[in-house]
Design a protein around this ligand. Structure first.
Ligand code: UT7
Length: 332
């Protein structure tokens, strides 16, 4: 949706990754795979994974603290926290409430939003409307995921892909031309079984049998998801740019969901983007689901790759299936 004068601008960014590294060579010792297969088919060389005693809210909190620090805003000034995740600390309460308490953001509204790897796009789209409408003045949008806790390290088709981490942005009101210019959200539940965790919900509550059958881990139809990902990310990118009155040629930096290097390259090529217009960190972090775009953004900002006035394009797809895109003019 195009906005009038008041827009949500990204005032600060932050991220947090586990310090533990899981390399392709280590995976070679766990499942029937090879560094060569993983690198050539996915672009991933290593990923960060949480330790046994670490959990999602710790990383989400650290990412949020860093976003607040970079914006120069105390936690007491936050009035809404949206946490995009499908790997919460526990089924209830929402991890956003735990993060609110950790931050000391007393009084802030807080909720989780589940859209898989598209979670950050969905959360940004929701949050920016609250800011643009004048309802909230400081909104933390967090994408945080510990997929390793739901990964079957006996399943070579999934375990080589996923990594853990958290990223956050702080949205505040700002003036045109800066801020979130347009967003796109889509879903098609007929492909719900492309990426799913069969057990642990109300349909198949956790039991000794579901654990024995490893039904509490992620299952994925990778090849079909791959094709859908390329198509959906290209289409939603084009649509969101059109809404904002831009073309791919106006994009200074494309920050796509980091699921597979081949997907990123295919979308970049279809959009006609040059290599230096696309931010890629998948070789170091793997697929961190909802965290991948805000982590990439925080890295790009801290590396000085993002300048005032730059048009940033975000695009993602994931379980649901869901997909979407957002475009933002950097600065305030
Ligand atoms: O964020 C959204 C989450 N989902 C995704 O990102 C999934 C997107 N999909 C992909 O990234 C790719 O489809 C994969 C990386 C998952 C798989 O790559 P692919 O080129 O689509 O391979 P494939 O599934 O067609 O499998 C090709 C072969 C199969 O062997 P056969 O049947 O040809 O003998 C697989 O069993 O590769 C085999 N294979 C592996 N071999 C070594 C699958 N995983 C591995 C592995 N190591 N880790």
């Amino acid at each position: 949706m195009m906005r009038g004068e008041r827009r949500a601008v990204i005032r600060g960014t932050g991220s947090s990754l586990p310090d533990k590294v899981l390399t392709n060579l280590e995976l070679e010792r766990m499942v029937d795979t090879s560094d060569d297969w993983i690198t050539s088919r996915t672009g991933i060389r290593e990923r960060r994974v949480a330790r046994e005693n670490e959990y999602m809210s710790q990383f989400a909190t650290r990412a949020a603290e860093r976003a607040l620090e970079s914006a120069g805003l105390p936690a007491s000034g936050v009035d809404l926290i949206v946490c995009a995740t499908v790997t919460p600390d526990m089924p209830i309460p929402a991890t956003a409430c735990i993060v609110q308490n950790n931050l000391g953001a007393a009084g802030a509204a807080a909720f989780d939003l589940a859209a898989g790897c598209s979670g950050f796009i969905y959360a940004l789209a929701v949050a920016e409307r609250f800011v643009a409408a004048g309802d909230y003045r400081a909104v933390l949008v967090i994408g945080a995921e510990l997929l390793s806790k739901f990964t079957d390290y006996r399943d070579r088709t999934t375990c080589v892909l996923f990594g853990d981490g958290a990223g956050a942005v702080l949205l505040t009101p700002g003036e045109a031309p800066y801020g979130v210019l347009a967003t796109e959200m889509h879903a098609d539940g007929s492909m719900a079984d492309f990426i799913y965790v069969p057990a642990g919900g109300t349909r198949e509550p956790a039991s000794e049998l579901t654990v024995a059958e490893r039904r509490h881990y992620i299952r994925m139809r990778g090849n079909e998801t791959f094709k859908m990902a390329v198509r959906s990310m290209e289409e939603s990118s084009r649509a969101v740019l059109q809404k904002a009155g831009l073309t791919p040629a106006d994009v200074n930096l494309f920050l796509p969901h980091q699921a597979n290097r081949r997907i990123i390259d295919a979308v970049g090529t279809r959009l006609g983007l040059r290599e230096n217009q696309v931010y890629i960190n998948i070789e170091r972090v793997g697929n961190t689901s909802a965290a991948s775009i805000p982590v990439a953004l925080d890295e790009a900002v801290r590396q000085g790759l993002v300048r005032r006035g730059d048009n940033l394009l975000f695009a993602a797809f994931g379980t649901g299936l869901t997909w979407g895109a957002a475009v933002c003019k950097w600065g305030s």
